[in-house]
Design a protein around this ligand. Structure first.
Ligand SMILES: C[S@@+](CC[C@H](N)C(=O)[O-])C[C@H]1O[C@@H](n2cnc3c(N)ncnc32)[C@H](O)[C@@H]1O
Length: 291
């Protein structure tokens, strides 16, 4: 039997479930898209209807199927050097600022960057390429790049660093040769020199990340799929994971501008978290108190 579309009730059930699990708000009218994505899981699980699949997914027997389901319903498009201005800022502002601060003894020679919602890793690897280009300024530094995503298939692909030729076709020939080695079947793999620079982990942005705080977090092209409440939750989590004076780099459509009031905008889509001495004195903000 050919299963057609989710019924309006099933659509609501699945999109409510996706929202609770990931913060992603599937828009009204995306019935065909969601039906198509879920249909693949019905086939894999050999269940005959959306209703039966929903029952499996929400039962104690779901097991790994919950991860496969989230993998199937997320949108994972990504590119190397996706927003060129971000990488320009990284090499021409962030690295010189950090290295000057280390030279004057104001910070340790270490740099931690998180590519949050990295899909198959292009953003994290692009950061690695940039930091490698700054290796003389960062000589003997401890560098750490972490890429995370809710989609396990994407995280596995990011770890392998192996991409079909079409994924890297926007790079110049010189960039391709510098960063990738051709491997089997028209695939290209990140060269070992860069591969040791980044690590990848499964993580849901709606939850805290159990890691020491970062100097810089890239949060690009993901919150577009979230509603205001989930966006705020993610921003609160990420703010906790950012060092005072650290930077949040967002995509062009993240919709978080009003949620970063205490941050200073230092470049298009780049926001600096204040250090304690820059925060307003709580006593100054109490409207009801007399001086
Ligand atoms: C369109 S890709 C963006 C990838 C990359 N940041 C870029 O700008 O090219 C969005 C990614 O967000 C991930 N994602 C969606 N919801 C998430 C969540 N709650 N936690 C972590 N990652 C999530 C998806 O799995 C997907 O890989």
């Amino acid at each position: 039997m050919q299963i057609q579309l989710l019924s309006p009730r099933e659509f609501e059930q699945f999109r409510g479930f996706i929202y609770r699990e990931s913060g992603i708000r599937i828009a009204d009218g995306k019935v065909s898209l969601l039906s198509n994505r879920i249909r693949r899981r019905l086939k894999a699980c050999e269940v005959a209807s959306f209703r039966e699949y929903f029952r499996l997914l929400t039962s104690s027997k779901a097991g790994e199927e919950l991860q496969y389901f989230l993998d199937a319903v997320t949108t994972n498009e990504t590119f190397f050097f996706r927003t060129p201005a971000h990488f320009q800022w990284l090499t021409s502002s962030l690295v010189p600022e950090m290295s000057a601060a280390a030279r004057s003894g104001q910070r340790d020679p270490s740099l931690r960057i998180w590519s949050a919602a990295c899909a198959s890793g292009a953003e994290a690897w692009s950061i690695a390429f940039c930091l490698d280009a700054c290796r003389f300024q960062l000589r003997d530094w401890s560098i750490s790049i972490l890429g995370t995503d809710i989609n396990e298939t994407e995280i596995c692909a990011a770890r392998k660093g192996k991409y079909p030729a079409r994924v890297i076709e926007s790079l110049t020939d010189a960039q391709k040769r510098r960063y990738f080695a051709p491997v089997d079947n028209d695939m290209w793999q990140i060269r070992p020199r860069y591969r040791q620079m980044a690590e990848f982990a499964l993580h849901n942005l709606m939850q805290p990340l159990n890691q020491p705080p970062f100097d810089c977090i890239f949060l690009c092209n993901v919150l577009i799929y979230f509603d205001a409440q989930s966006r705020q939750t993610v921003i609160d989590q990420l703010t906790r994971s950012l060092l005072p004076g650290g930077y949040l780099v967002t995509g062009p459509s993240e919709g978080v501008y009003g949620m970063l009031d205490s941050f200073q905008k230092v470049a298009p889509m780049v926001y600096r978290k204040p250090v304690a001495s820059e925060l307003p004195d709580p006593g100054d903000t109490c409207q009801g108190c007399k001086p």
